[in-house]
Design a protein around this ligand. Structure first.
Ligand code: NAD
Ligand code: GLY
Length: 395
């Protein structure tokens, strides 16, 4: 279902709200994450003080759907700032986050004579952002990159932290780089056109971020969902804007402390905790040929499995797991899982890229707001299988 908001109420929302800024500050430098309704109109102007005075071209990467919604606005602001704006539209969907698209992006940069002082801007969800960022990271050994995320998931998660990359025959996201953006511009108005399932996927990641690292953030996310549902019916609201900024602050705080996801770290603040729910989530996506779940939806179910494993190990209190279930339930029914074979999921887990030394590192919960990384070797396989079986049968 697409949501719309009248021009008048949009203007009211805009004038009521300022722009929130979250600063990312890590070893590789810092950048501002700006959050506000109607921000797209002013990105061209805002970028003038961020990009080099020698920048001549700002290459825009988007897809047809998102470009059709917001491309003209963004492009005209960039042109108004005096830059050439060559534009390239990627196909829509996960399968286009590929090496073939990556090569096409590089060819596009070359054909338009992009130089080291030029910049790449991505307009879209995580697929566009990951692909455009990887192309920017590698072209001429790295050109400036700016993210304009337009899905909830990309606004609170994938646009922050510098992970960029593509899928390949070796697996999902296995080819990539760390390349931080120079700036992230989050226009909350873009969420008004986002399909319901994409909102659900984003909210799953929002619940995840609270669950692994901040009880107040978890509670605030649940409160928003209880009060407004997936999106305030009056459109993007001040509450949503503030919540997105809080989610961004959380993610950037985790990344700043562990920029490159040190494989030796197993503490509760390591970047790896962001993979909560992803172990089983990826297996579910693979088991269903990437056709059934949005990535965030699969993570939602994966979180419940990790919660169940934690409970069966005596790590996660029953009441905390109940609160996690209640939070996920606020999102409505997730795609069915009762026909997915637990043994198939178990076999796919063995191939998970999050395994170190051949063993999976499970992100579990000591409680809501505190993650616990547990070596898979220390978990009896029966507990994993039993937990998968019980959650899959109930969803
Ligand atoms: P997506 O990019 O596929 O976007 C979802 C759908 O929404 C697409 O059809 C898109 O065209 C459409 N869309 C985007 N914005 C819209 C808008 N405002 N209105 C209407 N439709 C809109 O999916 P996603 O969930 O944003 O991102 C998933 C990707 O992000 C995956 O590839 C995942 O691996 C990656 N990811 C990366 C990181 C990271 O740290 N780099 C973190 C999490 C996920
Ligand atoms: N989304 C996982 C990470 O950024 O590390």
């Amino acid at each position: 279902m697409l949501r719309t908001v009248s021009r008048l109420s949009r203007r009211r929302i805009r004038s009521r709200l300022g722009t929130l800024r979250v600063k990312y500050s890590g070893l590789s430098g810092s950048y501002a994450i700006s959050v506000g309704a109607g921000l797209i109109d002013s990105i061209g102007e805002r970028l003038r003080s961020i990009l080099s005075a020698r920048t001549r071209r700002v290459a825009l990467i988007s897809n047809r759907k998102v470009y059709g919604l917001f491309g003209a606005q963004l492009e005209s602001g960039l042109k108004h700032s005096g830059w050439e704006v060559p534009t390239w539209l990627l196909g829509d969907g996960e399968r286009h986050k590929s090496l073939a698209s990556f090569e096409r992006a590089l060819r596009f940069f070359s054909e338009h004579g992009l130089e080291r002082t030029d910049c790449v801007v991505s307009l879209g969800g995580g697929v566009v952002g990951d692909l455009a960022g990887f192309a920017a990271a590698t072209y001429l050994r790295g050109v400036a990159f700016v993210q304009v995320p337009t899905t909830l998931l990309s606004q609170i998660d994938s646009s922050i932290g510098g992970k960029v990359g593509v899928n390949s025959e070796f697996g999902k996201n296995l080819i990539g780089a760390f390349h931080h953006p120079r700036a992230v511009f989050i226009d909350t108005d873009t969420l008004l056109t986002l399909p319901r399932r994409e909102l659900v996927a984003g909210w799953c990641e929002a619940i995840k971020q609270g669950a692994i690292g901040s009880r107040p953030l978890f509670k605030r996310t649940v409160k928003y969902l209880e009060t407004f549902g997936l999106l305030n019916s009056c459109g993007a609201s001040a509450e949503l804007e503030q919540l997105i900024a809080a989610q961004c602050a959380f993610k950037s705080g985790i990344v700043a402390r562990d920029e490159r996801e040190d494989p030796n770290r197993v503490d509760a603040k390591s970047r790896r905790i962001l993979n909560f729910g992803h172990t089983v989530g990826h297996a579910l996506e693979t088991a269903t040929d990437y056709r059934r779940f949005r990535h965030g939806e699969a993570v939602g179910i994966g979180m419940l499995v990790a919660g169940e494993i934690g409970k069966r190990l005596g790590i996660t209190p029953q009441a905390e797991l109940k609160s996690l279930h209640a939070a996920v339930k606020l999102l409505g029914r997730l795609p069915r899982t009762d026909d997915v074979e637990p043994a198939h999921v178990m076999s796919l887990l063995q191939r998970d890229k999050k395994s170190v030394d051949g063993s999976i590192n499970w992100i579990l919960l000591d409680r809501l707001g505190l993650a616990n990384i547990v070596d898979g070797k220390d978990i009896p396989p029966g507990i994993v299988k039993g937990s998968i079986r019980s959650v899959l049968a109930s969803c």
